[in-house]
Design a protein around this ligand. Structure first.
Ligand SMILES: [Mg+2]
Length: 368
């Protein structure tokens, strides 16, 4: 059985409310949805959501990379050889991890559907009982963030992640106000999205000590892994690396430099599940627990992350909240927004609405 056809749709997904982080703000999400069809008629779905501040890819550029460089490598090839795809893709073009992730996810979905097994079975089997989701709160006024945190508690969330990266004064105030709004057992996590210098990060961490922050994600600039290492080594607070850590070699650099206590793996940085799994393995060998994060992705890429997260013993948290932020998704996301249930359905476990994908489509390409 080989790969017959690949279809690519560029779609725009409106958000329920604008998403604001330290380096940008978003009202809608630009996504690339791919489907891979085998000669037997099975279809696997994948998705890329680029973040140009992180991987340097744009929506249009990723479309061209998928349509012209990567998808043609797959036509006529065996549908079950994901490693061969990655070797060919690396030989063809460097970087472009989100474009590669779209096809990697579709290949995994296709393979699992052909096996009539849920994707997590192919990734090591279910090892966690439940995938709890955090409530992610944009960087807004302290009062508004506290109000949203209070609302999240009522909705049944057990952890809150707040977006920061402003001045230390303003951010300590936000942490304090949000903590006051939470019951004692509630986990509070901070993501500065590179917004602080190393000294500012240490100042925030020192002043926010009474507010019990579970971990601080990417306090400093993406290019400065040495600064991240300085922060990590100067504090007892738990520091998580995100934006600079794309693939396996970056994971190795974190370990060698002792640059972070945890790593946020994202399929859009790692070129998909294939390397993400190896990164989580390497982290486990070095006592670095991992989170599976996400860009603001639809149910397609989000569920790929969820299957990895539930299958890997070293993935202890996730940030798979895209579908909760999207006003109208391309498939029905399982769960109530506070957790992701995964059942025995084959592949990613969703039925993608092909008509809706076509409806939302701004551009389309067919490779066969
Ligand atoms: Mg982050």
């Amino acid at each position: 059985m080989t790969i017959k056809r690949i279809t690519l749709h560029g779609i725009r997904l409106p958000l329920k409310r604008p998403f604001k982080i330290a380096y940008d703000s978003y009202e809608e999400i630009e996504s690339l949805v791919v489907s891979i069809e085998s000669t037997r008629g099975d279809i696997g779905w994948g998705e890329a959501v680029v973040d140009q501040h992180v991987s340097g890819e744009t929506w249009q550029a990723a479309r061209d990379v998928i349509a012209r460089e990567l998808a043609p490598l797959l036509i006529g090839q065996p549908a079950d050889d994901i490693g061969a795809f990655h070797r060919a893709a690396e030989a063809r073009i460097r970087h472009n991890p989100s474009a590669k992730a779209a096809l990697d996810i579709a290949l995994h979905d296709l393979l699992a559907r052909q096996c009539r097994r849920p994707l997590y079975s192919l990734l090591g089997g279910r090892c966690h009982e439940r995938l709890e989701l955090p409530c992610v709160i944009s960087m807004l006024s302290p009062e508004e963030m506290a109000r949203q945190a209070d609302e999240a508690c009522r909705q049944g969330f057990r952890s809150i992640k707040i977006k920061l990266g402003d001045t230390p004064e303003a951010d300590v105030e936000r942490i304090a106000r949000v903590r006051e709004a939470l019951p004692p057992g509630m986990a509070l996590r901070v993501d500065a999205n590179q917004g602080w210098s190393a000294k500012q990060a240490l100042e925030v961490i020192r002043r926010a000590a009474p507010y019990r922050v579970e971990w601080y994600e990417q306090p400093v600039f993406i290019e400065n892994l040495e600064a991240l290492a300085r922060v990590t080594q100067a504090t007892e607070a738990v520091i998580m690396a995100d934006e600079p850590i794309h693939g396996l070699r970056d994971m190795l650099r974190v370990i060698r430099l002792e640059a972070a206590d945890m790593v946020n793996i994202k399929l859009m940085k790692s070129a998909g599940l294939h390397a993400a799994r190896a990164m989580a393995d390497l982290g486990m060998a070095a006592d670095i627990p991992c989170q599976v994060g996400s860009m603001v992705e639809s149910s397609i890429a989000t569920l790929a992350g969820a299957h990895l997260a539930i299958a890997h013993p070293n993935i202890i948290a996730n940030d798979l909240v895209g579908p909760e932020m999207i006003a109208s998704d391309v498939a029905e996301m399982p769960g109530d927004g506070t957790h992701i249930p995964l059942d025995e359905s084959p592949g990613l476990g969703i039925r993608v609405d092909g008509d809706r994908v076509r409806e939302l489509s701004v551009f389309e390409a067919r490779i066969d």
